[in-house]
Structures are given as C-alpha cells and as structure tokens.
Design a protein around this ligand. Structure first.
Ligand SMILES: [Zn+2]
Length: 467
C-alpha cells in the first residue's frame, strides 16, 4: 500500500507585519533588501517582538483543522547555516516540553478518508536565494532578505494519504479554508509550498523537497511512486533518503546533502517569553471561525433537503456556496442548488472563467423565478445562463433579445405538433405501436421550438393526439 505524508508551509499573507518585527509581511512589492531591519537581519543587540495577530491567525488555522490548541506556546531556535538565514538560526516551534506548538492532533475529512494533522507550528520564513542568469552553472547567487521573518505556518500530516489524488483534494480543501479564514491568499507565488514523503508496501520512506506548486507536488508524487514500484519489482532496495524535485526535468533526484542527519541543536528562544493564550482568546477565536465545509454541507442537506452529493459540491467550493447563499430563498433553495451544480458548472469551471464571469446571485434567483412561473423552460434557461455569464444581461432583457420565452399556449404547440406529425409519419406509427418511442416526437417538437415548449405539456398533447 502507498503511504503519503505532507509538510505544508503557508505564509500568513494577510498580516501587516513580519513575525518578530514591524517590516511588511507583504515583501513582494519591495526592491530586493528594502524590507529589512536589524531584527529580521539578526543584528547583534536586536530583540524579536512577537506579532500577536500571527499567533491568533495560526491558532484559527489550527482550530479550523480540528486541532487541540495548548494554553501556552514556546519558540525554539533551530540552528543551521545557510546564506538565506541571516541569524544562522530559524525561530520555530518544537514539542519537547509537552505540546508547545500552536496546535496538533487534528484531522481533515477527505472524501470519507480521515487525514490526521500531526502538528501545526508558527515559524519565520527565511530569505530567498536568486540564481543569476539562465544557466544552472551560474557562479553568482544573490540573496534577498525581504522575505526573512515572514510569518509561516507549518502543517504536518500523518502518512494517511493513499494516492496523489487524495493529496490534491486535501490541498484544495486547505487552500479554501485559508481563504475562508482570511489569513492567506494561497494563490500568491510562494505563499504555499509543500514537501511530501512516500513509502510503498511498508518500505523505506523517501522525502521529496523543493516543490514550488501543488501541481508539481502531484507530479512529483506520481513520479516517486512509479520509481519505487519499479525498484521494488526488480528487488532493489529503496533507500531512505531526501530527494529534490527537478522542476525542469520533471523527475525527483537524490539529494547529496543529508539534511536528515543534521543536528539542529534546538534550544529555547529565551528572547521570547512563553506565550499564554487565554481561554477567553481561544473562545473568541473559535466563535469567529467561519463555518466548516462539513457543517455547511450538513446544513444544506438538513435545512433545504438538498441531495448530499449536490450539497457536497456546493459546500466545498466557496465560489458556488457564496452564489448559492446569496441567491436562494427558503422556497427555491433546492432549485438554485441544482441549477448551479448541473447547468452553471460547465461555464465557470476554471479560475479564469470565474474572473471573467458577469453572473451575479440575482441572475440565479431571477432565472429560477422565470422557470417556476413558466416564462422560461429548463432547456432555455441553460442557453440564458451561458449568455449571462458572458454578457451579464438581465433575465428580462434576454427573454426579449434571445426570444427565449416559453411557449405555453397549447394551440401554438398543437400547430407545431401537427407539423411534426406530418414530417415524421413513420415515427407517429411507431409511437402508436410502442408508446415508449414517443420521446422522439417530443424531441422534434422541442427542436422546432428551440426548447421553448414545456416538455411535460408537449408530451401530454402528443399522447392525446395519438389517441
Ligand atoms: Zn524587520
């Protein structure tokens, strides 16, 4: 069996300042090395001051992932030398005197599988190394410390994933959750990074580092599983190691640096006192948590009698659930939910299409109202919906402009039925013999009316004419 575990780093991009100083958390808008101060540069004599909002945001993330959150947290120095780390240590967290990191022992429900969250910690991001020029052999490496000290939340899962697809679903859930909480914009370059570990058939665990995007993570995991399977088939031992994802060649390569064997000489960061997070603070953070996807789904099913599969799609996608919540009334909730998950989905299934879409929740309410009072058939509503997404025109305008109004005058439909009977003599005979084939005739009438006739009414009229 394949086992995959993840270590995800997400920046708290919505904060004003860095984790321990007042430099901007949004380092992206600065020229290199223009968003730094003695604290984030680790100059002698400087002292870190903890960003309270960062502690609160990280605690909210932990709570939203159903983690336990401790009363007291502490920070540690993780010592190592690397040019992107100006202090020669990173301020992070460690569970060594009991649980002292922001949260732990949580879980996320991924399509029925329970993915356990082992630990969540708050730490600072290092700076960035920039390799000058195109060639990989460049001798020039530049360092930009603007990012150093940016608040980062590390989320570590148990190896509970069985395949890369589950990983993708989990990451989508996580990034929706971060957006929902208003703590991060996962879409920003570098705002979310992940390492993965993979083992097959109970064999050794291989870590994959250096993955810049979730899309690449999925590819890296696929590659690594295939590599291990092919070794295992040939009875070659899978070495426990760290591998890097080579973005250019799309393969994982063995990493020479043995980071696992490094001794980080963790010790307490005594420049920051232990931090007590009072019950009161935790209660208020808990109270302000947005509704979780699973409770939203439950509410949709129970309150509006929406089918569980439909509620699942709505609840797990913020775009759809916002549209739904703003469009529905108690009486038309089910219809709106179905309209979104059947007709609308095809028109707004990518980020780009959503950004360009002119559709508002008012359009959806108007469409359902028009269908329910029989000004518009269900078939025509799909045509209207496509046009609304493109142009943003009102339902009223489209009924006139596109001539979509429902034909409900039975004499008008009867005339069309007579035309069809005239043209489809064999089909009429067939339908008399075998009533099941009558739908063919209904289809012809719908075609002639461009979907504007009510199918139920048409069927009744045809049946009565067939005798
Ligand atoms: Zn600073």
């Amino acid at each position: 069996m394949t086992k995959i575990g993840l270590e995800i780093h997400c920046q708290l991009t919505k904060l004003e300042s860095k984790l321990f100083c007042s430099c901007k958390a949004n380092y992206r808008e600065f020229k290199p090395n223009h968003n730094i101060c003695p604290v984030c540069m680790g100059l002698p004599g400087s002292l870190p001051r903890l960003n309270q909002k960062a502690v609160e945001s990280a605690t909210s993330i932990a709570m939203a992932l159903s983690c336990k959150t401790p009363e007291k947290i502490a920070f540690f120095r993780k010592n190592y030398f690397y040019p992107d780390l100006p202090k020669n240590f990173q301020i992070t967290q460690l569970n060594v005197y009991g649980d002292m990191s922001i949260g732990g022992e949580g879980y996320v429900d991924v399509e029925g599988a329970k993915i356990k969250i082992r630990r969540i910690q708050l730490e600072e991001d290092p700076g960035r190394l920039i390799y000058e020029g195109e060639s990989e052999r460049t001798k020039i490496t530049l360092v930009d410390y603007n990012r150093a000290g940016t608040p980062l939340v590390e989320i570590v899962t148990d190896p509970d994933f069985e395949n890369p697809r589950q990983v993708r679903v989990f990451l989508n859930i996580l990034s929706d959750l971060l957006k929902n909480l208003g703590v991060s914009e996962p879409g920003l370059e570098g705002a979310m990074r992940a390492d993965g570990n993979v083992s097959i058939e109970g064999g050794n665990k291989v870590e994959i580092k250096n993955i810049g995007s979730f899309h690449d993570l999925e590819k890296a995991l696929h590659f690594e599983i295939t590599r291990q399977e092919s070794l295992s088939e040939r009875d070659i031992e899978i070495v426990q190691e760290t591998r890097h994802w080579d973005d250019r060649r799309k393969i994982t390569v063995s990493s020479r640096s043995k980071e696992e064997d490094q001794d980080y000489r963790y010790f307490l960061e005594n420049d920051i006192p232990w931090v007590k997070i009072s019950q009161e603070t935790r209660d208020s953070l808990m109270k302000n948590l947005p509704e979780s996807i699973s409770s939203k789904k439950e509410r949709f099913v129970e309150k509006f009698d929406i089918a569980p599969q439909v509620a699942d799609i709505l609840a797990s996608d913020k775009y759809y659930s916002d549209l739904f919540e703003n469009a529905h009334s108690d009486s038309d909730a089910k219809d709106i939910a179905n309209l979104i998950t059947t007709d609308l989905m095809g028109f707004v299934d990518t980020k780009e299409k959503r950004e360009e879409s002119k559709l508002t929740s008012q359009h959806l309410s108007d469409l359902i109202a028009a269908i329910n009072d029989k000004t518009l058939t269900r078939t025509s509503s799909k045509t209207a919906l496509q046009e609304i997404v493109k142009s943003g025109k009102s339902v009223k305008e489209l009924l006139i402009e596109m001539d979509l109004g429902q034909v409900s005058d039975s004499s008008e439909i009867e005339n069309i039925i007579m035309q069809v009977f005239e043209e489809e003599k064999q089909a009429v005979l067939d339908a008399k013999e075998n009533p099941e084939t009558v739908n063919y005739l209904v289809g012809k009438v719908m075609q002639k009316t461009k979907g504007k006739a009510d199918p139920t009414q048409t069927l009744e009229l045809i049946k009565s004419k067939l005798g």
